[in-house]
Design a protein around this ligand. Structure first.
Ligand SMILES: Cc1ncc(C[n+]2csc(CCOP(=O)(O)OP(=O)(O)O)c2C)c(N)n1
Length: 635
């Protein structure tokens, strides 16, 4: 194979040995590497392809790692990984033990911050700029943020503060007019107006012409016209919004044109004040299938490079939505069925209509569907308002992103005791997206809040029943957590589940030796572990908790008085989890000596990798659960 420019690039210093004219060739080589690897490993393809030239340009002008680059979300930064000494390991992307799909501070000194959640970069960058100034150092600080992420509350709070602090920092707004789907919101419309400036320029010319003829109309008209001009300036000068906030605005420039990117950054990098550079990029750039379908290629599992067709069943951000069975899909169809009957049901998503299964609802009930953008806190506060006014809002957000809304759940929903339904998709381990994305904490962060009912279904049918029950429940908020993918391997067919009653669990199997109480999907795993143990002569009683709160402690106690051994199983962190809740209740109620073990995720952040491999590694596969029970049994 002919030598590539990329072969000689092991760090950003090597990059600077190339001439600007050579860089488009390098961009092409990087693009090929990204496409070929993501086709195999899955990953965030479209965002990363769109940002290749921008990333080359940034590294060409800056001096990383001394200069600081903070990537927002970090899903666009594959070219950064390739340019900063990781090209030879790029084929391990997202694999267990391999490169993380996001910037990871433990992976490379060039990844200053571990990220995965949106809208954080400007705050972090501003903090580092403030620290630099306190220590009188003089490195540069750059935040790179997408147009959708800029609409998140934290980013807007940071802009507000950046304009006020007036630190030397550069915010690069990478605007591709896309979130996962099309960007939504007034800010996105504003950015779009800037991008389509030619039309504005024409209006501006017309207005200028008009104003130049104004003297004919006398002094009062001129004064009004001046005021009008001021008002129009706000509308017509690109980026006026940012200027008014205290940031110098430059752009829009073509972010896929390396020479333009480099020329502009070189011009503005030493301005010693907060600057926002607006670059426009094409999501999916350079791979026709991704350019045509950026949504499909935002986060994708493995695919055939020649056809663009997926070779595995699931997308990563939209995981398993299209597979035959999935919790997401069950929710998506059930909410439609319920909404046809109940006009008070409204649905809310935070930039993830497909991922949460609400896309069909959105088409059928556009007036009752709200995509609030990457604004999880607002999503919950907004739902609280709808509920206060008599509607039944259903907020579907991934467990990991709902962490953002902790205080809104507490203050705006639970304290007011409003009928808001929270659907926590991707609860538990999500797999390749890793620690920023695992839904490990929701049992704890929901469970300790007063007034809220918290549930977890073992399979899709139970999810539908629980959702129906939640809609009928009118005494306060309800949270339902369910994992990525489907319960297909365990699915027993519809209609077998006992009806849902508040605070009542379900006895799945009778036994006399050991009690296993599982949360949601883990009840199936417990049942499978019980069947392994039966072959070893250990007869387990298996309970599907159904309610994490209020937990059916009577059912558990009744069983444990018989077996004297209790194992709780949950796909969530051990601290403040279901198991510890059971312990708190049981300690007061049972005097007999019993053995209790909580099997849950440990008190640490779980790495990325295949979900089944991780479940096994952390003791949550049926095999590992059976082994743990057997060990205790033999003591
Ligand atoms: C707080 C939070 N909510 C939702 C997500 C899921 N998510 C990942 S990327 C993305 C869209 C980002 O769009 P943008 O910032 O415009 O970047 P682009 O992908 O278009 O480059 C979303 C919604 C997230 N990572 N963090």
């Amino acid at each position: 194979m002919a030598e590539r420019l990329l072969d000689n690039i092991n760090n950003p210093g090597d990059l600077k040995k190339l001439s600007v004219d050579e860089l488009p060739i390098l961009a092409q080589e990087i693009r090929e590497m990204i496409i070929n690897n993501v086709a195999f490993s899955g990953g965030h393809l479209a965002s990363s392809l769109g940002a290749v030239e921008l990333i080359i340009g940034i590294h060409y002008c800056l001096n990383a790692p001394e200069d600081i680059i903070i990537w927002d979300v970090g899903h666009q930064a594959y070219a950064h990984k390739i340019l900063t000494g990781r090209k030879d390991r790029f084929d391990t992307l997202r694999k267990i033990g391999g490169l993380s799909g996001f910037p990871n501070k433990y992976e490379s000194e060039y990844d200053v911050f571990t990220t995965g959640h949106g809208s954080t970069s400007i705050s972090t960058a501003l903090g580092m700029a403030a620290a630099r100034d306190l220590e009188q150092k003089n490195y540069k600080v750059v935040a790179v943020i997408g147009d959708a992420s800029l609409g998140g509350g934290m980013a807007l709070e940071a802009l507000n503060h950046a304009g006020h602090l007036h630190k030397d920092m550069l915010v690069i707004l990478n605007d591709n007019e896309m979130s996962i789907s099309k960007s939504v919101g007034a800010l996105s419309k504003y950015l779009n107006r800037i991008i389509t400036a030619p039309a504005y320029n024409k209006i501006r010319k017309d207005v200028e012409n008009l104003l130049s003829r104004v003297p004919r109309f006398g002094f009062r008209v001129i004064r009004s016209a001046r005021r009008l001009e001021e008002g129009l300036k706000n509308l017509l000068v690109p980026g006026m919004l940012f200027e008014e906030l205290g940031l110098r605005y430059f752009g829009p420039i073509d972010g896929n044109n390396i020479a333009a990117v480099i020329g502009t950054i070189k011009n503005i990098i030493n301005m010693n004040e907060p600057v926002l550079l607006h670059v426009v990029t094409k999501k999916g750039k350079g791979y026709s299938f991704a350019e045509k379908g950026p949504e499909k290629f935002h986060g994708i599992s493995s695919f055939n490079v020649n056809t663009g067709e997926k070779t595995a069943a699931a997308d990563i951000e939209k995981q398993d939505v299209e597979s035959e069975e999935s919790f997401t899909k069950a929710f998506g169809s059930k909410i439609i069925e319920m909404a046809e009957r109940d006009k008070k049901i409204v649905a809310i998503t935070a930039a993830m209509p497909e991922g949460t299964g609400l896309d069909k609802f959105a088409n059928l009930f556009p007036d009752r569907f709200f995509d609030v953008g990457m604004a999880e806190q607002h999503a919950v506060g907004f739902a609280a308002g709808l509920a206060r006014a008599g509607f039944k809002p259903v907020v579907a957000i991934y467990s990991t992103f709902l962490q953002r809304s902790y205080d809104q759940i507490l203050h705006d929903v639970c304290l007011q005791n409003l009928n808001v339904i929270l659907m926590l998709d991707r609860s538990g381990l999500v797999g390749e997206d890793g620690p920023t994305h695992h839904g490990a904490f929701d049992i704890s962060y929901i469970g300790h809040l007063p007034n809220i009912v918290s549930m977890a279904p073992k399979d899709e049918d139970e999810l539908k029943n629980m959702f129906e029950w939640a809609v009928s429940y009118d005494k306060g908020p309800v949270a339902i957590r369910y994992p990525r993918g489907s319960s297909y391997a365990f699915h027993t067919g519809s209609g077998n589940s006992a009806p849902i009653n508040l605070g009542k669990g379900e006895l799945l199997k009778q036994g006399k030796d050991v009690t296993i109480a599982g949360v949601g999907y883990m009840s199936n795993i417990a049942l499978e572990a019980a069947s392994f143990l039966m072959n070893e002569g250990i007869d387990c009683e298996v309970i599907n908790a159904r309610f994490i709160k209020p937990v059916d402690i009577d059912l558990i106690i009744e069983s444990v008085l018989k077996t004297e051994k209790l194992f709780t199983i949950e796909e969530g962190v051990i601290g403040g989890g279901f198991g510890s809740g059971v312990l708190e209740l049981i300690i007061d109620k049972v005097e007999k000596h019993i053995i209790i073990k909580n099997i849950a995720l440990p008190d640490r952040f779980i790495e990325h990798g295949d979900r089944q491999v991780l479940l096994d590694k952390y003791g949550l596969s049926s095999k590992k659960i059976a082994e743990a029970i057997k060990k205790e049994w033999q003591r």
